[in-house]
Design a protein around this ligand. Sequence first.
Ligand SMILES: *[C@@H]1O[C@H](CO)[C@@H](O)[C@H](O)[C@H]1NC(C)=O
Ligand SMILES: *[C@@H]1O[C@H](CO)[C@@H](O)[C@H](O)[C@H]1NC(C)=O
Ligand SMILES: *[C@@H]1O[C@H](CO)[C@@H](O)[C@H](O)[C@H]1NC(C)=O
Length: 328
Amino acid sequence: MKLEFAALNIPLARCLQTAAVLVGLFSFLLMAQVCTGIMAMLIIYDYWFLYIPYLTWFYFDWQTPEQGGRSVNWVKNLTVWRHFKDYFPIHLIKTQELDPGHNYIFGFHPHGIFVPGAFGNFCVNYSDFKKLFPGFTVYLHVVSCWFRCPLFREYVMSLGTVSVSKKSISHVLSKDGGGNISVIVLGGSKESLEAHPGIYNLCIRHRKGFVKIALTNGASLVPVFSFGENELYNQVSNPEGSWLRTAQNRLLELTGLALPLIYARGIMPYRKPIYTVVGRPIPVQRTPHPTPEQTEQLHQTYVEELRKLFDEHKGKYGIPEHQTLVFK
Ligand SMILES: *[C@@H]1O[C@H](CO)[C@@H](O)[C@H](O)[C@H]1NC(C)=O
Ligand SMILES: *[C@@H]1O[C@H](CO)[C@@H](O)[C@H](O)[C@H]1NC(C)=O
Ligand SMILES: *[C@@H]1O[C@H](CO)[C@@H](O)[C@H](O)[C@H]1NC(C)=O
């Protein structure tokens, strides 16, 4: 009897997981447009007066995404996120103890197509984060334009995200007490154009802002590599110099929108495990006015540590020995 029940439960569980991933994809790919659509409908159908209370709220709440945000426990706790995590599934791996008396910046790589590893590990209440890193509060920093979108901003903030602006990161890392972690997907959406299975290209060479923020706040830098992130979708080949990449780069410059042409199972990603490995912290001395040399040096140390992290762990996740990171 029990066996039969389990057999019935497997397809059900998979169904729920698929639905949960659809919710996740919808949330991050379409929700902003839908929210904007709702606001537009209100004007078209003469309900514009409903704007007044919301816009008043918006006005007074403008700064919140740069001041620690407003996470809402029950939203982070929704069962849908457990199914979301189990779809791939997503795992979090710690390699070294962190001291809750310090603040840390987690540099998250790679961006992949839609970064489920960052969301599943650092936003929702079903990862091992609390168990592995007791005493820490974690903030996932996302593009600030999300917080300018009415209604959508309330939703993404409730999941514990905050703006990626310098002011916002400094707000999380500036106090002496410690115990805060800023997670930043350093390659940004540009890196999604590099997200091909078996390819490990990271856009990091020209990203120096995070190093300066680490120095000014004395926050330790921790490289984080999420194995499996690039395996979730196939992407139409777009090597540097191809007409497709040229068009994609142009679009990115003009609108800030990266548009990788993906295919997997429709829009569904493959069910492939994600292993997010948190590396060794690089201690950083607080330096209120870092010189370009100090910034450059720390950046170099970071990139070396990131390379080491990848090389030490790649074998466990089926990546061949000759495969290395490429920094762009
Ligand atoms: C942690 O982040 C919150 C939200 O931004 C902030 O209020 C608090 O002061 C931070 N604590 C430290 C020690 O930086
Ligand atoms: C979150 O869910 C757990 C069990 O799934 C429950 O024990 C806890 O009270 C919930 N917390 C909130 C704030 O809803
Ligand atoms: C979810 O959050 C509640 C508090 O709201 C906490 O008691 C519980 O341990 C959390 N569960 C997990 C799996 O993190």
